[in-house]
Ligand binder design. Structure first.
Ligand code: ZN
Length: 250
């Protein structure tokens, strides 16, 4: 089975369309979305429409729940809060319903999908410390846990000694792809990065491909029409910073 796994589209239609076009050449059987399809970008409704069209199995991100009115966004920074309020006024009742009904965790075959961390998934923690990875590994009843939320691609492995190691999985700055072979024994936490607002210094959209037969995972990067995405953000009256950061990949 070939899974197309992506996260954090954040209403960026230009990035999402580029990713979907690229996926067409990859013989994907099933699509999975690790959350945050809306917030920040100027086309939340269009992105949700595409996700439903793909029949992508999606889990809830903090922005999804905030827009649905299920999460208090007082701890969001000001630009993120403004984007939440703006998005609430853009989307249809059907979209709001869709966001509101997203589950926090999805498990299927050998994989788990969650936006932030497997423990306290409704708190949307950012996975930044080794102790957090240990807590996730401890809770995993499957081989691989796919996440998003930080907008930075990452692969963590729990090896035989229980250590977490980081394989060389960073794609080159020019975009392209990186591929890792997955063992069936250890557990993995894989952050698939962000389609619509990468924050690892590489502005190209990130998306993942997991081949459960070949046991490989790839992170691809693809350039997209950043200028148009920026222009739409500014025309919508969203905070300028949200347009600026797309070019920076931050
Ligand atoms: Zn996000």
């Amino acid at each position: 089975m070939r899974y197309g796994i992506f996260s954090d589209v954040h209403g960026n239609l230009e990035a999402f369309q580029a990713v979907l076009e690229a996926y067409k050449k990859e013989n994907i059987d099933t699509y999975l979305c690790a959350g945050d399809s809306v917030g920040y970008g100027a086309n939340p409704g269009e992105c949700l429409h595409l996700i439903r069209e793909l029949k992508a199995q999606s889990v809830a991100g903090n922005h999804d729940w905030a827009v649905a009115g299920k999460l208090d966004c007082h701890y969001f920074n000001r630009a993120a809060q403004e984007a939440v309020f703006w998005t609430q006024h853009q989307i249809s009742p059907e979209d709001r319903n869709f966001l509101s009904n997203l589950d926090l965790v999805y498990s299927h075959d050998d994989l788990i999908l969650v936006h932030g961390t497997l423990y306290e998934p409704a708190c949307f923690h950012y996975l930044v410390e080794r102790e957090q990875a240990d807590r996730i590994f401890h809770l995993m009843d499957r081989n691989i846990c796919f996440i998003g939320h930080t907008h930075v691609p990452l692969v963590l492995v729990q090896d035989g000694e229980g250590r977490n190691i980081l394989p060389d999985s960073k794609p080159s700055a020019s975009g392209g792809r990186s591929k890792i072979e997955l063992d069936s024994r250890p557990r993995y936490i894989v952050n698939v990065g962000s389609v619509g607002q990468p924050r690892d210094g590489n502005p190209s959209a990130a998306y993942g491909i997991y081949d459960s037969d070949a046991r490989t995972f790839e992170i691809h990067r693809i350039a997209y029409d950043i200028e148009t995405a920026q222009r739409k953000i500014l025309e919508a009256g969203l905070p300028e910073f949200l347009a600026y950061r797309l070019r920076m990949g931050q």
